[in-house]
Design a protein around this ligand. Structure first.
Ligand SMILES: [Zn+2]
Length: 207
């Protein structure tokens, strides 16, 4: 069997007055995660894990830090690009295991909702998606959220399956266009899909 493994890690500081998004869902909490995009620490770690598994660089390779086009961007855009990259390389996701490290809010009560959201975004069974959480004991990082994500990929041998993956990505692209248009309304510019790849691996992540 042709397998690949990928690991991603990310961290963001909490900031008052910012909406909190983790794993593609909105979470009711007094503080959100500071970032150039929506600060979704879990989707960023997952994006890096997927890109890493096919050695396609990292999130900053495609979305350079500070690029005005990705200000407040929905991080599902980054995830969707990573899905396109693994599909291009001929792989599908077997399973995903992630650990969030944060003092608050409690993740256990919403882990099921995050798993369902990720299952939708990745077109996977929720049973193949694991979301765990720990508090940052002894790290002195109570005002930071960290995420670790590990993915296992396998080579797709059946061309029909590859076609159905493309259909999912097309669906996501529609969503992405909706987000782009919303951003354009707010910022007055229409961001273009990133096509130029710059190989940068030591990324300063402010996405
Ligand atoms: Zn990030």
């Amino acid at each position: 069997m042709n397998l690949r493994i990928g690991h991603g890690w990310d961290s963001h500081a909490f900031q008052a007055g910012v909406p909190l998004r983790i794993g593609g869902i909105a979470i009711d909490h007094p503080e959100g995660l500071a970032g150039h995009s929506d600060g979704d620490v879990l989707l960023h770690a997952l994006t890096d894990a997927l890109l890493g598994a096919v050695a396609a660089g990292d999130i900053g390779t495609f979305f350079p830090p500070g690029d005005a086009r990705w200000k407040n961007a929905d991080s599902t855009i980054f995830l969707n690009l990573a899905l396109e990259e693994i599909q291009h390389a001929g792989y599908r996701i077997v399973n995903l295991d992630a650990t969030l490290v944060l003092a608050k809010p409690k993740i256990t009560p919403i882990a099921g909702e995050i798993r369902e959201r990720l299952a939708d975004l990745l077109n996977m069974d929720t049973k193949a998606i694991s979301i765990k959480a720990k508090t940052p004991e002894g790290l002195g990082l109570d005002h930071v959220a960290q995420a670790h994500a590990t993915v296992l990929l396998e080579k797709v041998e059946d061309p029909e399956e590859m076609k159905s993956m493309s259909a999912v990505i097309e669906n996501q692209r529609h969503l992405e266009d909706v987000v782009r248009n919303l951003l354009a309304e707010v910022h007055g510019t229409l961001p273009q899909r990133q096509t130029v790849k710059v190989k940068v691996f030591d990324t300063e992540d402010i996405t």
